[in-house]
Design a binder for this molecule. Structure first.
Ligand SMILES: *[C@@H]1O[C@H](CO)[C@@H](O)[C@H](O)[C@H]1NC(C)=O
Ligand SMILES: *[C@@H]1O[C@H](CO)[C@@H](O)[C@H](O)[C@H]1NC(C)=O
Ligand SMILES: *[C@@H]1O[C@H](CO)[C@@H](O)[C@H](O)[C@H]1NC(C)=O
Ligand SMILES: *[C@@H]1O[C@H](CO)[C@@H](O)[C@H](O)[C@H]1NC(C)=O
Ligand SMILES: *[C@@H]1O[C@H](CO)[C@@H](O)[C@H](O)[C@H]1NC(C)=O
Length: 183
């Protein structure tokens, strides 16, 4: 009995010590997508695997993975701000679209500070604040997209990007929820 227990422990220590970043991503995305219908397993794996290739040292546990996933949203929000500011220079958009894009620019700028706050809060294990800041960041992408629907005939030029950004924040939130349960 004792032997079997030790064997199991050794197995788990081995698993946690030596599981590489890629395994960690597969396991975590699987668990996260099981708990949250808004989270696509394929998107989760694809975006984190891509981030992994740029992340040194690679994450070895869920805590690192939360950090990596918030970092991913941060690099994406930087993209969003620059994409939107480029669109704002495009003279072919009507006044309404431009006004919406200007709001989106402000919303995403706020999201950048919210993500900065989320990083600080998560580092100090203030999971509630980290969650509030990530939710705010997620909501901003929904608010941005919804504005375009307020006027008939308007279409958002950034629907795809808003959805990607939404999903990235869903992932961070789901990971924080898992971290809360394991922590
Ligand atoms: C899924 O997303 C929608 C908004 O797009 C939200 O209303 C709903 O609460 C989300 N579900 C979960 C489980 O988070
Ligand atoms: C997140 O980004 C910061 C700043 O670039 C970096 O110092 C940190 O190591 C990154 N965290 C993870 C888990 O990748
Ligand atoms: C980030 O943002 C860009 C532009 O919005 C988008 O095309 C890209 O797919 C996003 N995803 C990642 C993981 O960076
Ligand atoms: C401006 O927007 C229109 C319509 O979306 C697009 O066809 C055109 O390529 C854009 N021009 C520039 C310079 O980005
Ligand atoms: C992050 O959340 C905390 C706690 O609710 C709040 O005080 C702070 O203003 C938030 N940061 C941003 C940029 O929204």
């Amino acid at each position: 009995m004792k032997f079997a227990y030790n064997l199991v422990m050794i197995f788990f220590i081995f698993l946690f010590q030596y599981s590489n970043g890629s395994n960690l991503i597969l396991q975590s995305c699987k668990e996260a997508s099981k708990n949250d219908p808004n989270l696509s397993y394929d998107f989760c794996v694809a975006s984190l695997e891509e981030a992994l290739s740029k992340c040194h040292p690679p994450p070895t546990n869920l805590e690192d993975l939360v950090g990596m996933s918030i970092n991913l949203s941060k690099s994406n929000v930087t993209n969003m701000v620059s994409i939107i500011s480029n669109l704002l220079k495009n003279k072919t958009f009507d006044q309404y679209t431009k006004a919406c894009l200007k709001d989106c620019f402000d919303l995403y700028s706020d999201s950048l500070s919210a993500l900065d706050d989320a990083v600080v809060a998560f580092k100090s294990k203030d999971l509630d604040t980290a969650g509030i800041n990530l939710s705010a960041s997620l909501d901003n992408s929904v608010t941005c997209e919804d504005q375009f629907k307020d006027k008939k005939g308007e279409t958002s030029p950034i629907t795809k990007e808003n959805n990607v950004y939404f999903q990235l924040n869903v992932i961070s939130l789901a990971f924080i929820q898992m971290f809360r349960q394991h922590y």
